[in-house]
Design a protein around this ligand. Structure first.
Ligand SMILES: C[S@@+](CC[C@H](N)C(=O)[O-])C[C@H]1O[C@@H](n2cnc3c(N)ncnc32)[C@H](O)[C@@H]1O
Length: 354
């Protein structure tokens, strides 16, 4: 722990401040700044129990919860090796009937934002209370579907991020990261700063048992690629590499539009493959089960299949589901964009900048 102690030691006009830095043995070289000496996760772990027991009230709590429909579940599209299924329906109904409840290793959810988007079949304009209730219902369905080692990612803009974070915390999940996908296609406006991000919220049922593969998604460090700093090459392993930071942008991270090779026409808000690849490689293993409750253009199952994961997609629109299925069969177009480069690559990069 680092403490900055300021004390006024003189009553005269030239007040002097004694600045004393007291560092604990855990982090002697990092005075101040944004480093949490015990680790950011430790702070989340500590708060977990209090948050679970806290009396948190959100607007959607007053609205009536959804009653899942009864009846048998039948996949609209399915294939083997790896087992891949797409269900058409309301994810709140499908999640409640899923045979794999409690066994899903990773969920990636990119819900409708309640922004009046003209989706193929979904009405994207609820009252605020209804929308929050809808959000809590599908989140609860996801929590039940997750395995004890599972992770949940939610892609959500500013206006509902806080409510989702609070809901997941009061349900006992632990926040591992609050990532930001930064893009540069926000609509121009002059009343406030231009929107240029969506939140990528990463939660786990158990932070200590979660599936986590940092070695699969490393990238070149600034030390290797910008500063030619020899310290990064002196490491025993992962020379010139480090984990990505929690703000995501760069090549292939832009909007999927125009004649972008990834583009699926008639799909709103298509997430880039590289984003899904990073999440899937980091938080699941080959053979694991990945689920997307708002499949849209089918990116999650497409990337999961390419990397040997089983997957389940749920989509309200039969038309979207059919298009997603075609994409899943066609496969990824940029496989490998989020994969850790070799140490050799970082070495070459450094040589070039020397
Ligand atoms: C934001 S888009 C997802 C986009 C997707 N991530 C992609 O990259 O293409 C939301 C999708 O969820 C679908 N949807 C909306 N409400 C749903 C519900 N209750 N259950 C299942 N799907 C739903 C919409 O039809 C739409 O395709």
């Amino acid at each position: 722990m680092v403490y900055l102690v300021c004390s006024s030691s003189s009553p005269d006009a030239h007040t002097r401040y004694n600045l004393q830095l007291m560092s604990s043995p855990t982090e002697p070289n990092r005075p101040g700044g944004y480093a949490l000496p015990t680790g950011a996760l430790q702070a989340q772990r500590r708060a977990k129990r209090e948050l679970e027991q806290a009396d948190i009230h959100l607007l959607g709590d007053a609205a009536k919860p959804h009653e899942p429909t009864k009846g048998r579940l039948k996949a609209a599209h399915s294939a083997r090796n790896p087992n891949t299924r797409v269900y058409v329906g309301d994810c709140r109904d499908v999640l409640a009937k899923l045979p794999e409840r409690g066994e899903v290793d990773l969920i990636f959810a990119d819900p409708p934002f309640n922004w009046d988007v003209p989706y193929e079949s979904w009405r994207d304009g609820m009252s605020r209370a209804e929308y929050e209730r809808f959000t809590f219902d599908w989140l609860d369905g996801c929590i039940e579907a997750l395995s004890p080692t599972g992770s949940l990612w939610v892609n959500i803009p500013d206006d509902t991020a806080a409510e989702i974070v609070l809901h997941l915390k009061r349900r006992g999940l632990t926040m591992i990261n609050w990532c930001v996908w930064h893009f540069r296609f926000g609509q121009n406006r002059d009343s406030s700063f231009i929107m240029s991000k969506v939140h990528a919220l990463y939660f786990a049922k158990d932070p200590d048992q979660r599936i986590w593969n940092p070695e699969h998604i490393m990238e070149l460090s600034d030390r290797a690629s910008v500063y030619a700093d020899p310290r990064t090459m002196a490491k025993d392993q992962n020379k010139g590499l480090r984990l990505p930071m929690d703000v995501w942008y760069g090549k292939y991270w832009g909007r999927i539009q125009g004649n972008n090779k990834e583009r699926r026409h008639q799909h709103h808000n298509q997430i880039p493959e590289v984003y899904l690849e990073r999440v899937i490689l980091a938080c699941s293993n080959e053979g694991d089960l990945v689920l997307d409750p708002f499949l849209g253009s089918g990116g999650t199952c497409t990337v999961a299949k390419a990397w040997g994961r089983r997957s389940i997609g749920i989509e309200h629109s039969a038309v979207n589901a059919k298009s997603a299925w075609e994409r899943i069969q066609a496969g990824m177009v940029r496989q490998g964009a989020a994969v850790t480069p070799t140490e050799e690559a970082s070495l070459n990069r450094r040589r070039r900048s020397d």
